[in-house]
Design a protein around this ligand. Structure first.
Ligand code: C5P
Length: 374
């Protein structure tokens, strides 16, 4: 594991546990005129703790509804052209930039002048800082497109469980890029995770006629490759964004605008390169309907919620939220969409994946008081 000279606490957990220690110290220490009020500290702790759980709850809802709506929108048979996934990705970025701009406006006491000044200072006057966001942005754009490929070829539940491998990639990138140390149980839980995902992908013998099997095997492979690439990209981009967010003090919404601007640029170029012909023929918004707008909206909300979760909770808790949403979407996929028939092997795999996530989180908590090397 990489070691570096400077021992420094950089994780959100570490920061929040440090904050708690500071609060306890302040509450027990005799008050001095220079001390800020303990009640203010407690209030701010309660506020961030509430934000943490609210953001995690919203992430569970958002992940579940996005997966199901996206899957539904990609399999829906309608007259006319189907909407372009590349266009939906660009639309979601535009929506995200608008929402983040509104949030920065509100953070600056609804002063347009203050907002403009801040954005100019942070985005235009610091080109190197802004350029740093081009890396996660390019990767997220690729990832957001890959997820459409995955959900066009895999059922919602298989996709969700396989996508849990991003916990493994996130862990590996956290170790190599942030110098985070993992305990034995955490490594063990990652093995459980891989075993679980393998079981979920295990071919079943109860498939339909042979033509269907050949078609579905081909598309399963495409879907699987797409989701595996998305796992690598999610791990890298998440850890990279976390590093930027925790190394600097700037508002998460300003960082999101920087990220969104590049994502819009990359997404737009991607759309022209990949779907240019179709865009020229039938326009950017061809095939858009209410479901498409819902997918775009949910994807934009997802970007905002992920940023809040990284700020107020951490990547491990983000994994918990994803695990919970697996259970919810498997149930909905089985009962409502009827496009999924869980076998015993799938069930065992899903249980392993979810247990692995909890085992990882269980080991992580006591370790949070230790330091993280950066
Ligand atoms: O699955 P994962 O957690 O990697 O998904 C992250 C999603 O959140 C991506 O769609 C990415 O574009 C979005 N995101 C964002 N703003 C951030 C971080 C992630 O829009 N600051």
């Amino acid at each position: 594991m990489p070691q570096s000279g400077n021992v420094r606490c950089e994780s959100e957990e570490c920061l929040s546990s440090g904050l708690q220690d500071a609060a306890v110290e302040r509450l027990s220490a005799p008050s001095s005129p220079s001390d800020s009020k303990p009640s203010t500290m407690v209030l701010s702790l309660l506020h961030s703790s509430r934000l943490k759980y609210v953001s995690l709850g919203v992430l569970v809802l958002q992940t579940t509804s996005l997966v199901l709506t996206m899957r539904y929108s990609r399999t829906l048979k309608e007259d006319g052209p189907r909407y372009l996934a590349s266009s939906a990705v660009v639309s979601a970025e535009v929506l995200k930039i608008l929402a983040c701009t509104l949030l920065v406006f509100m953070e600056n006491n609804c002063s347009l002048r203050a907002m403009n000044q801040l954005l100019k200072e942070e985005i235009v006057n610091k080109p190197v800082e802004t350029l740093k966001l081009a890396i996660p942005s390019g990767i997220y754009t690729l990832q957001n497109n890959l997820l459409y490929v995955a959900l066009s070829n895999l059922d919602a539940a298989t996709y969700q469980v396989t996508y849990q491998l991003k916990i493994l990639t996130t862990a590996l990138f956290s170790v190599s890029m942030l110098g985070r140390r993992l305990g034995l149980y955490q490594w063990l839980s990652l093995l459980f995770l891989m075993a679980g995902v393998t079981l979920v992908q295990w071919p079943t013998e109860s498939e339909g006629d042979s033509e269907q099997v050949i078609l579905s095997a081909g598309s399963q492979f495409v879907g699987l490759m797409a989701v595996l690439m998305a796992c690598v990209s999610s791990g890298f981009a998440g850890v990279y964004f976390e590093k930027i967010l925790k190394e600097t003090k700037q508002s998460v919404w300003v960082r999101n605008i920087q990220l969104g601007l590049f994502s819009f640029l990359f997404g737009f170029v991607g759309m022209i390169l990949y779907d240019g012909q179709r865009v020229r023929q039938s326009g950017v918004f061809q095939g858009y309907n209410t479901i498409t707008c819902t997918v775009v909206f949910l994807q934009a909300v997802g970007g905002l919620v992920v940023a809040v979760v990284i700020k107020y909770a951490d990547n491990i808790l983000k994994g918990f939220a994803a695990s919970l949403s697996i259970i919810v979407s498997a149930l909905i996929s089985y009962f409502l969409l009827e496009d999924f028939n869980p076998t015993r092997v799938f069930f065992l795999g899903a249980v392993l994946v979810i247990s692995a996530t909890f085992l990882y989180g269980y080991e992580h908590r006591p370790a949070s008081s230790s330091t993280i090397k950066v």
